[in-house]
Design a protein around this ligand. Structure first.
Ligand code: NAI
Length: 258
C-alpha cells in the first residue's frame, strides 16, 4: 500500500500502530513537520487490522515530497517485524527513525486477570519494542545514525490498580529504553521514551464517564491530553534539537507524575 510523492533526502521513519490515536498523530506530525533538520520525513507505518484506516491515513497525507507507506503486520511477531522493516527500508531507501507505539490494554484486578491477558499485553507492548528495535539497529549502526522513541505510559512511573500487566509492560519499555540508550549511544543512535498521561484515543474511550472524571481530577492541568500533545514531543526527540538527549523518559501528562 503506498502513496508516493517525489522525494529528495528526507529522514525515513517507521511507526508501529500507526492508523489510530497517538500513532496516527505521530505519522502525521513526522510527515508534515521539519524533522531532523530536513523539511519532511518519509513514513512507513505498521498496522494490524484496519485496511480502510490505513488507506484513509495515506490519503490525508498530501505533502509534496513526502512518501508514505502502510504495512499490515502483527508487531508481536519478530519474523513479521523483520520482514516489514526490510520491506520498509527497500521502499524508503533506509531507516533513520523508529517509533515503537503499538500497544493494547487488557485491564483487570490481578485476582481476575488471566494468563492470556498478561501474555497478550506483554507481547503487544514490550515484545513488539524488542522486535522492531532488533530489526532496525543493524542498518542504524551501519549508518551511525538513528532516533528511537518508545511510547511508555505515566502508569509505569506511578502504578495503577487493575493494570498490573500494562504497568509491567510499560515499566519494561522504560528499562529497555535505558539499556538500549547505553548500548547504542556510541553508535550515533539515541533511544528515549515518552510517557503519556491520559490521552483522548480509542484506548481511553473504553473508560466510563465516571472513571474519566476521576482521572481528570488527578491531572494538575485539568484536562486529558490530545494525541497531538504526544506527537509533538516525539517529533522533537527525532529532531536535531534533541541530538544530545538519550536514555530519557519524557512525561506528557499534564503534570500527573511529578
Ligand atoms: P489505540 O488503541 O488508539 O492505538 C493503538 C494502536 O496499536 C492501534 O493502531 C493498534 O492497531 C496498534 N496495535 C496494537 N497491537 C498491535 C499489534 N500486535 N501489531 C500491530 N499494531 C498493533 O491506543 P493509543 O491510545 O493511540 O495508544 C498508543 C500508545 O500509547 C500505546 O502504546 C499505549 O499504550 C500508549 N499510551 C496511551 C495512553 C492513552 O491515554 N491513550 C496513555 C499512555 C500510553
Amino acid at each position: 500500500m503506498s502513496n508516493t510523492k517525489t522525494s529528495n533526502h528526507n529522514r525515513r521513519a517507521i511507526v508501529t500502530g500507526g492508523t489510530r490515536g497517538i500513532g496516527r498523530a505521530i505519522v502525521k506530525e513526522l510527515a508534515s513537520r521539519s524533522c531532523c533538520g530536513v523539511l519532511f520525513s518519509d513514513v512507513a507505518f505498521v498496522y494490524n487490522s484496519c485496511d480502510e484506516c490505513a488507506e484513509e491515513l495515506m490519503s490525508e497525507i498530501d505533502y509534496p515530497g513526502t512518501k508514505i507507506f502502510g504495512f499490515k503486520a502483527d508487531a508481536t511477531s519478530l519474523e513479521q517485524a523483520q520482514a516489514t522493516v526490510n520491506e520498509a527500508i527497500e521502499k524508503l531507501g533506509g531507516v533513520d527513525i523508529l517509533i515503537n507505539n503499538a500497544g493494547i490494554t487488557r485491564d483487570n484486578l490481578l485476582l481476575r486477570m488471566t494468563e492470556k491477558d498478561f501474555d497478550d499485553v506483554i507481547n503487544a507492548n514490550l515484545k513488539s519494542v524488542f522486535n522492531y528495535t532488533k530489526a532496525v539497529i543493524k542498518p542504524m549502526i551501519n549508518q551511525k545514525y538513528g532516533r528511537i522513541v518508545n511510547i511508555a505510559s505515566v502508569v509505569a512511573l506511578i502504578g495503577n490498580p487493575g493494570q498490573s500487566n500494562y504497568v509491567a509492560s510499560k515499566a519494561g519499555v522504560i528499562g529497555f529504553t535505558k539499556a538500549m540508550a547505553r548500548e547504542l549511544a556510541s553508535r550515533g543512535i539515541t533511544v528515549n521514551a515518552v510517557a503519556p498521561g491520559f490521552i483522548q484515543t480509542d484506548m481511553t474511550q473504553k473508560l466510563t464517564d465516571d472513571q474519566k472524571q476521576k482521572l481528570v481530577q488527578n491531572i494538575p492541568m485539568g484536562r486529558m491530553g490530545t494525541p497531538q500533545d504526544v506527537a509533538k514531543v516525539v517529533a522533537f526527540l527525532c529532531s536535531k534539537d534533541a541530538d544530545y538527549i538519550t536514555g530519557q523518559v519524557i512525561s506528557v501528562d499534564g503534570g500527573m507524575a511529578m
